[in-house]
Every structure is written in C-alpha cells, then in structure tokens.
Write a protein that binds this ligand. Structure first.
Ligand SMILES: [Zn+2]
Length: 330
C-alpha cells in the first residue's frame, strides 16, 4: 500500500453513487475468458480458461472469448490466432463471435466521454517521471498514487493528456466467491487512475469494464493477480451506472520461486497434440480430482471429451477457497 496523500485545498468530488436500480440479472450464467495476445497460451492462462469454462458450463450457461488486444506494442503477431487454435485443440467451445478489443474503440471513447461529461474524469498532463519524483516513500515495483494535481485542469495543457477517473477516498469492497471479502482503498493505492493513456490508448480497466457490461457477463472467473484491479473496475461500473458481476478469483499458478507462471520459464507453450495431459494437470491444480479410469483420456491425442464431461459435471471450486497462489511443477 502506498502512502496516503491528501490535499485539503482541493474540493473533494461527490462520492460516486451506487446505481439506484440494479440491472435485472440475466437468468442465464454468462462467463468469459479474456486473454491478451502477448504470447502463446501457457499453463497459467489455461487455468483461467478451464476455471471460467467449467463454471459456465456447470451452471448450464454461456462462455465467451474476448481477445484483449488493446496494447499493440506489447502484442506478439499471430498469437491471438494461435490462442484460439489452442483452445479449439483442447476442446473448448465458445458461444458467439470472438470479441476483439481492437475493434471496440468507439465504445471505450463513448464511455470516456460520458465520464468527462459527468465530471467523474479529468484530463491530466503529468508525466510518469513527474509523478515518480513527487513520491514520498516510493517502493520499487509498487504503483505511485497520483496526487491529483490536474483535478482543476491540466497543469500543462499544451502537452498530450491522459484521462483519469476521479477517485474519492474510502474503501471499495466486494465478496469474491473464493477469496471472501476483498477490500481496497483505491485512492490510497493508486489515486485517480488512468483510463486513457497519454498516447491515446485506452487503459485495460476501462475496456474490461465496458466489455463485461456490453457482453452481460454475470460472473468473472480469472486469476487472483487481478484482485486489486477488480476494485477499480467496480468504481468504473458505479461511475458508468453499470451492474457489477459476481467475481471468482482463482489461485495464480506460480513457479518454485513464487514467480507468476507467465513471467517465468514454466510458461512454455502448451502441447496442443496432447491436450488431455495439460487439462488433467489443470484440473489437479484446481483441486478437482479426476478419477483414475479417465487416465487414458489424458494420453489420447485429440479432444479429451470424457475428461471434459466429467469436469463439467463435477466442478466444485470450494476446495480452492482463500488460496491466492499455488506452486506448479510441469
Ligand atoms: Zn496531472
């Protein structure tokens, strides 16, 4: 947690209201898997795919795939297609068309405009270096809360400007299906956070919030590394009068030294020729216990159909309650 910064001379914005009338809950469960095309699907992302898929299919609901190709410089050419082909090889079946964030800029622009008009967002000309230089107790690797300098207008209007959400002090909390009550003081941790970057790219938090609402997602199942993002997304949902889906954050797969799998050597691409083996390992990681008679499915080439139907029928994430990360040896 970063140091809390207060500036009493700045008028505090009105607290973001909770939506008065919640959206009617769609009767059908709608889940999603939303990978970024920054590389091939690896075991860490397979966990999120399997968990979200099983939750949706166990509930008799729908499951959507969204490619979060929002940040072209970070993308690996061809990886979006390879992710989809790998999902197919594993036997995932998604509903509807795959959504690409790169084609949704108009929706993000409209949401940003709405926040500006409501006075809930403002333009900021500060550079990262300027914000870093002002930090009282910077901690390496931790976000430096933005001190709100541009709340009354950009300090350097001639520069390129980011767009920030106005964040009132106070905690945001939600009850996660596995992690219990999660609480975060976004104002202290990140301050008014960026929803459109200075280079014009929309920030992940805004795009995800807009897309989950547009797709009527009823439950978000994803890795626990995104727990702190969830509170920011809830603030954005309130600001845009969108309903808040249910959340279930799965344990994050880490290597022996506690490093998130996507950033370590263990993030080797999955073997799509023997999807059963990786699916078996994913089910074990998720503390599901596939019966030994399904072991042949594990070694088979092609879709592990019997393993899937067992896993969908038996899905029970309760054994994962409170586990935020778990070591995996592949
Ligand atoms: Zn600023």
């Amino acid at each position: 947690m970063g140091p809390r910064q207060e500036n009493k001379s700045v008028a505090q914005p009105e607290f973001l209201p909770r939506p008065v009338a919640p959206h009617p809950t769609p009767a059908l469960y709608r889940g999603r898997f939303a990978p970024s095309p920054t590389g091939d699907l690896h075991f860490g992302s397979l966990i999120a795919a399997v968990g979200s898929y099983l939750a949706a299919r166990h509930a008799g609901g729908q499951w959507f795939v969204r490619i979060e190709d929002l940040d072209p410089p970070r993308e690996v050419p061809g990886s979006a297609d390879r992710i989809l082909r790998t999902l197919e090889a594993f036997g995932f079946e998604w509903d509807g068309e795959v959504v690409y964030q790169s084609k949704r800029h108009e929706a993000y622009r409209a949401a940003a405009q709405q926040l500006l008009q409501l006075g809930l967002a403002y333009e900021c000309s500060c550079s990262r270096a300027e914000i870093a230089a002002a930090a009282t107790f910077p901690v390496k690797g931790e976000e430096i809360p933005y001190p709100g300098w541009c709340r009354r207008g950009p300090l350097a209007p001639a520069r390129q400007r980011a767009l920030r959400l106005l964040v009132r002090d106070g905690t945001v909390d939600f009850t996660d299906a596995l992690q219990g009550v999660v609480s975060s003081n976004v104002a202290a941790e990140s301050g008014d956070f960026v929803i459109r970057r200075r280079d014009g790219l929309f920030a992940y938090q805004l795009a995800v919030t807009v897309d989950d609402a547009a797709q009527d997602i009823t439950e978000v199942v994803r890795g626990a590394d995104l727990l702190s993002s969830t509170c920011r997304q809830i603030l954005l949902q309130r600001a845009l009068s969108l309903s808040t889906p249910a959340y279930l954050h799965l344990p994050l797969a880490v290597d022996m030294s506690g490093v998130k799998l996507s950033k370590s050597l263990g993030a080797a691409a999955l073997d799509a020729r023997r999807p059963g083996r990786s699916l078996w390992q994913a089910l074990k990681f998720l503390r599901q216990s596939p019966p030994p008679e399904l072991r042949p499915d594990m070694e088979a080439t092609g879709k592990p159909a019997q393993l899937w139907s067992w896993a969908i029928r038996q899905w029970n994430p309760r054994a994962l309650g409170g586990v935020q990360s778990a070591c995996v040896q592949l």
